[in-house]
Design a protein around this ligand. Structure first.
Ligand code: SAM
Ligand code: SF4
Ligand code: F3S
Length: 471
């Protein structure tokens, strides 16, 4: 039997798909690269914007055609699915299950015949004593990592913040922080296997918090702690503590983390990032709006002034840091004047990248009760203005790299091009006058390989990336 997983949405969903793939392969399903060759299609969906949901529904025509060709084909929908969409999707797909119901998914998919009987014994291994699914068992599934050198490691899931526009607390539930031993163990194994980039994931990684009585962990932490960073109260592991523990795992690797909420961004965390040599100088901190009234309506719990102060502190402690963000344009009632405040924050913060989102009302959220009164055309106009500011600040930031030596992690080699990322997550392209780097003797001599670090010199910069040459 053959499976195909289609993943929409953020890195959390991509990471979940690595666990779904692992479950399916344990049940002896074989991965195929083309969806029309599969006997089981798993759609891991995102509901953050209405357009993402409509896309899934829109694809149904294509799936119907596949079903005509292959009578055995089953289609399972999972991921971030809103309760209000469930009914209509249940009519379209063979099975709709919550990602947080992995265990019952295994059982119900067995019952519905979507997967084979041997699946059941595998499912039993993840049964909790109560018979209910638990996040604990789900995170214990060993993922089928997509990359051989860069791995997503979720450290928490869910969200308690209930920003008024956002579906995540409804689709992923409340915050759950993964046990620290489990995280350290997963990372230590990855590093031993030669992984060079560990990307810690969570909706708000900086609200990671765990009561931990483990003596071993406490000792490990005390060993990492120099008192300049802050005291550890012997019980609570917060995100800076976790970063220190991961940083202390022996090996040559980089640590990234996504995403951070401004209300939980502390000076202690910023100092920890600066002091931990494996933690990369890259911070994604979503600001959403530069207007305090809109921020209040969004339930974001900080002000534009506080956000800009944070940017200042980050730049003070972390030299050459890259800061990226998310913004929403056209939130209900956003006036031109309020939008200009968002543009003002962007000019001051000088971001390296901004993910600009046009507001999309989502059923069940608090802001959906407000009239979506900014037209699509106006949202588009505001998006274009912000893109213009971003182009200028990103170019200005990137130009500072010219002439500098940087270490990159090689992502890909294609013919005579090497593609990689700097420690600050800037994309770099290097052209060599060799026809095929992978095959050439000089390529091998220079140890140019995907997943290896390489020292280069930056020669050119644009707003969206850098060019370089081998040092
Ligand atoms: N937890 C992260 C934070 O608060 O920084 C954000 C996670 S959210 C899944 C990713 C981004 O989607 C948000 O930062 C926001 O800009 C955008 N987003 C969420 N709901 C949206 C909506 N209803 N319309 C437009 N954009 C939305
Ligand atoms: Fe959504 Fe807000 Fe939670 Fe981020 S913090 S996932 S925007 S509710
Ligand atoms: Fe989408 Fe769920 Fe991520 S709604 S953005 S896939 S957490």
């Amino acid at each position: 039997m053959k499976y195909y997983i289609k993943t929409y949405g953020c890195q959390m969903n991509h990471s979940d798909s690595e666990r779904i793939a692992s479950v399916l392969e344990a049940a002896e399903y074989e991965k195929v690269l083309l969806e029309d060759k599969a006997d089981l299609i798993v759609i891991n969906m995102c509901s953050v914007r209405k357009s993402a949901v409509d896309r899934v529904a829109g694809n149904f025509k294509r799936y119907k055609k596949y079903k005509k060709k292959n009578q055995n084909l089953k289609i399972v929908l999972t991921g971030c699915v809103l309760e209000s969409d469930r009914e209509r999707f249940e009519k379209l797909f063979d099975l709709v299950v919550d990602i947080k119901d992995m265990n019952s998914w295994l059982h119900s998919s067995h019952r519905s015949g979507a997967v084979e009987p041997k699946y059941k014994s595998f499912a039993n291994r993840f049964h909790s004593p109560t018979g209910l699914w638990s996040q604990q068992s789900y995170f214990k599934i060993k993922p089928n990592y997509k990359s051989k050198f860069s791995a997503y490691v979720p450290i928490m899931t869910g969200c308690n913040n209930f920003c008024s526009y956002c579906v995540v607390p409804y689709t992923r539930g409340r915050e759950y922080s993964r046990p620290v031993e489990e995280i350290l163990d997963e990372i230590a194994k990855l590093v031993k296997k030669g992984y060079k980039e560990i990307i810690l994931l969570g909706q708000n990684v900086n609200s990671y918090q765990l009561n931990c009585e483990s003596k071993i962990i406490n000792q490990k932490l005390l060993a990492t702690d120099n008192l300049a960073i802050g005291q550890f109260d012997n019980k609570t592991i917060d995100f800076p503590n976790l970063l220190k523990l991961i940083n202390n795992i022996p090996g040559d690797f980089w640590i990234r983390f996504l995403t951070s909420h401004p209300k939980d961004m502390t000076e202690k965390l910023i100092k920890t990032v600066a002091e931990c040599e494996k933690v990369t100088p890259y911070i994604h901190l979503a600001f959403q709006s530069g207007d305090n009234e809109i921020l209040k309506k969004m339930n974001r719990k900080y002000t534009a002034e506080h956000f800009l102060d944070l940017v200042k502190i980050i730049r003070k402690y972390i030299p050459n840091v890259a800061i990226t963000t998310d913004v929403i344009v056209g939130f209900p009632t956003e006036t031109e004047e309020q939008f200009q405040k968002t543009a003002g924050v962007m000019k001051k913060a000088k971001f390296d990248m901004v993910y600009i989102n046009k507001y999309s009302p989502r059923v069940g959220t608090v802001s959906a009760k407000l009239e979506d009164n900014v037209s699509w055309k106006e949202k588009k106009k505001r998006e274009n203005i912000l893109t213009g500011i971003l182009k200028r600040t990103a170019l200005e930031n990137n130009q500072k790299y010219i002439g500098k030596i940087q270490e990159i992690l090689i992502d890909k080699i294609d013919g005579n091009f090497i593609y990689g990322k700097t420690k600050s997550f800037k994309s770099v392209r290097i052209e060599l006058k060799i026809k095929n780097i992978s095959d050439s003797a000089s390529g091998q001599e220079l140890k140019i390989k995907e997943g290896k670090f390489l020292k280069i010199k930056i020669t050119q910069a644009s707003a969206w990336g850098l060019k370089g040459k081998i040092k």
